[in-house]
Design a protein around this ligand. Structure first.
Ligand code: ATP
Ligand code: MG
Length: 243
C-alpha cells in the first residue's frame, strides 16, 4: 500500500465535489456526493456493480456535467489539473502498430510525434520490445499497458482508470499495477475504480466507497479495510453486499 492516505493529512485537495448529483431521465445515478481528490496518493473507488463508480469517473474527467452541485478544481504546484486522461476497462486499439497507437495519441493531444518520446512512453509501460507488433495482437494486459502509454502521451496531471485489470490474470494485473504505481510516484494524481480488493489494498491511499450512487465513506485505505465505518462497507468487505 502506498503511504498512508491523504484525507485529513497534509495533502493538497485537487478536486472537490460539493452536493453533486447526476440524473439521467428520472433516475438519480449519483446523489449528494461530497468528495475530495487530493494530490499525493491514489484514490480508489470501490462499491458494488451499479453503485456509480464509472459515472463518477466520467464526471471527474469532465465527460459529463453534474445535474446539481459543484465541482471545484484547485491549483496545485506541479500538477496540471486541466490535463486529464482516462483509461477504460476495455481499451480500443487502433488497427496499427503498438508504436503507432502512441504516435496517434501524441498527435491527438497536440504534441509533436517524436520517435524518442514514443520509445520512452513504451519503455515506461514495459512495451518497448513490442513496438512494431500490431496492437490488436497484444494480450489483454499488454493492451491495457498500451492504453496507459496513450494516456501518458497526454501528459496528464490526473489519470482516471476504470477497472483496468478487470479481465486480467494475476501476472498481467501485477504488471498493470506496477505501471500505475510508477505513474503515481511521478506525481500524477490517480483515481481508479476497481472490484479487486487486493488491488485496492496494494494501491490505495484513500478509498471512496459508493453504494446506490452515494458516497458512504471516504477514508485512508488502512482505516477502510481495518475499521470500516459503515455496516454496508463491512458487508461489502465480507463479500455479501451485492446490489
Ligand atoms: N446514461 C445512463 N442512463 C441511465 N442509467 C445509467 C446511465 N449511466 C449509468 N446508468 C445507471 O447508473 C447506475 C450506475 O452505473 P455505473 O456504470 O456508474 O456503476 P458502476 O459502479 O461503474 O458499476 P460496475 O461496477 O458494474 O461497473 C447503474 O444502475 C447504471 O445502469
Ligand atoms: Mg463501472
Amino acid at each position: 500500500m502506498l503511504d498512508g492516505g491523504a484525507i485529513g493529512r497534509t495533502a493538497q485537495p485537487v478536486m472537490r465535489l460539493h452536493g453533486v448529483g447526476y440524473r439521467s431521465g428520472n433516475t438519480d445515478i449519483l446523489s449528494d456526493v461530497e468528495l475530495t481528490i487530493a494530490a499525493g496518493v491514489p484514490t480508489l473507488l470501490l462499491g458494488p456493480n451499479g453503485s456509480g463508480k464509472t459515472t463518477l469517473l466520467r464526471l471527474l474527467m469532465g465527460l459529463i456535467g453534474p445535474s446539481e452541485g459543484r465541482v471545484d478544481v484547485s491549483a496545485v504546484d506541479g500538477v496540471n489539473t486541466a490535463r486529464r486522461a482516462f483509461v477504460f476497462q476495455k481499451p480500443v486499439m487502433l488497427k496499427r502498430s503498438t508504436a503507432a497507437n502512441v504516435s496517434f495519441a501524441l498527435s491527438a493531444a497536440g504534441f509533436p510525434v517524436d520517435p524518442l518520446v514514443v520509445a520512452s512512453l513504451l519503455q515506461r509501460v514495459g512495451l518497448a520490445a513490442l513496438a512494431d507488433r500490431p496492437a490488436r495482437m497484444l494480450s489483454g494486459g499488454e493492451q491495457q499497458r498500451l492504453a496507459l502509454a496513450r494516456a501518458l502521451a497526454r501528459q496528464p496531471g490526473i489519470l482516471f482508470l476504470d477497472e483496468p485489470t478487470a479481465s486480467l490474470d494475476p501476472a498481467q494485473t501485477k504488471a498493470v499495477e506496477d505501471v500505475v504505481a510508477a505513474i503515481a510516484a511521478t506525481g500524477v494524481i490517480i483515481v481508479m475504480a476497481t472490484h479487486d480488493l487486493g488491488q485496492a489494498r496494494r494501491l490505495a491511499g484513500d478509498v471512496v466507497f459508493l453504494v446506490g450512487g452515494r458516497v458512504l465513506e471516504q477514508t485512508p485505505a488502512t482505516q477502510f479495510f481495518d475499521q470500516p465505518k459503515t455496516q454496508a462497507a463491512r458487508r461489502f468487505l465480507a463479500g455479501d453486499l451485492v446490489i
